[in-house]
Design a protein around this ligand. Sequence first.
Ligand code: 5FX
Length: 533
Amino acid sequence: MAAAAPAEPCYLGWDFSTQQLKVIAVDEQLRVIYEDNVNFDKDLPEFGTQGGVYVHSDRLTVTSPVLMWIKALHVILDKMKSSGFNFSRVRALSGAGQQHGSVYWKEGAKVLLQNTSPDLPLHQSLKSCFSVSNSPVWMDSSTNAQCCSLEKAVGGAQKLADITGSCAYERFTGNQIAKIYSQNPEVYAQTERISLISSFAASLFLGAYAPIDYSDGSGMNLLQFREKVWSPVCLNACAPGLGEKLDYPVPSSKILGSISSYYIRRYGFNSECKVIAFTGDNPASLAGMRLEEGDIAISLGTSDTLFLWIKDPKPALEGHILCSPVDSQAYMALLCYKNGSWMREKIRDELASGSWEEFSKALLSTPVGNDGNVGFYFDVMEIIPKAVGIHRFNAHNNRIPTFPKEVEIRALIEGQFMAKRIHAEKLGYKILPTTRILATGGASYNKEVLQVLSDVFSAPVYTIDTANSACLGSAYRAIHGLVAETNASLNDVVKLAPGPKLVATPAAGVAQVYQALLKRYMGLEQQVLNKPK
Ligand code: 5FX
């Protein structure tokens, strides 16, 4: 009798996000062959989280129970097993974690991690491994004092940005560690290893401490993002002996080792299955969207987020520069705007009877450049720039109290996109002839809004489905990790994946209009900052 053909290989991508744990399996043709998730609130009610987190009574401290993440992994793997998933097919896996959050392994945890019994659920074997049972996560903003002292220690906010890619942010891990050290020095002393959520998750699969990767590591206010080494001055400013507790960071595509025997014995994984370094959810999304040099991804959600592929970064007091998760010579910039869809929907409801069709008609009925009328619409305090309120200027740069409704709608959309282009260019971003804008999120369904985006950036706009981009990007990174040492690029390896859809190209002659308007917008932004209305 002929031997059965070996099962076709597949690759797993994990996403330890704020509200759920997700997994995707893709085959060699990059088809998604399995997808599942565990929702923390709904599927693990015993932890009592809301949206996957605990918001503490000061409203500033936000944490998640570390054992919840481990139990979620146990639940999802058991679900996969009962659905008949063939784990022996998995050649490699990688994953993503919400950025900035940190996990504190107690002295002695290393040995427990290496010796988990396949007869016990993982969260039982590891229950005494953590010196801090509730991990601080990215939503935490309780470390203002630590941010001030870190900036002071290095010589100011811009200096810190020059070293680490960002000025001090409360959610960034160095400041979180500094808070734990200053409030509970004995807990810090009992901690033998500090992981990011991404490297913590990789450690679970390795059965050993996984190093932090360069890309997620650049969201800590601790990494010299150009040299890719920890900054001694930042480490010392946060806590003593911190370098030893973090260990050396590694390239994001590094093969960390083979999967631990726990998974081989309990689930039937192949002993050759490789674990590729895990990274942050935003870097993993950049991989999932297959950004290339010069590309921009814009997520037009409640808040608007931009990822930019940058070659020559210029860190500023706004936005973040991270090491690229897919190209060791490149960087990614991250910009976040609070007044995104929230503001667009507000104006739509007030001026277009709540209808996107009417909103689009207003855009179509007004000229590119809006006859020189410019507006700033910040319903809540914006992140970039730190300004609030509605500010309108006519073509002579005079403040005016109102615009006709069509002018207002165009001023809002042109203003939002001009702000993004200006701040991206401040961080060193350059539009190239090959630049593509990949738009996702709610407003990416509106063709007229995307036309303005294309005109303002002078680049074609594509839409892409990214419901699971971090998870999918992790599966792509697992495939890429196996060949990364041959210098193959991620995009060479995932060519077969479905591509984005072209939806708008810049109209003829609009580049000159915006060249002049962008300059004026920059000047008016200064006025808004200097003289808030
Ligand atoms: C990025 O800097 C963030 O804080 C968030 O996007 C988290 O990564 C969400 F998980």
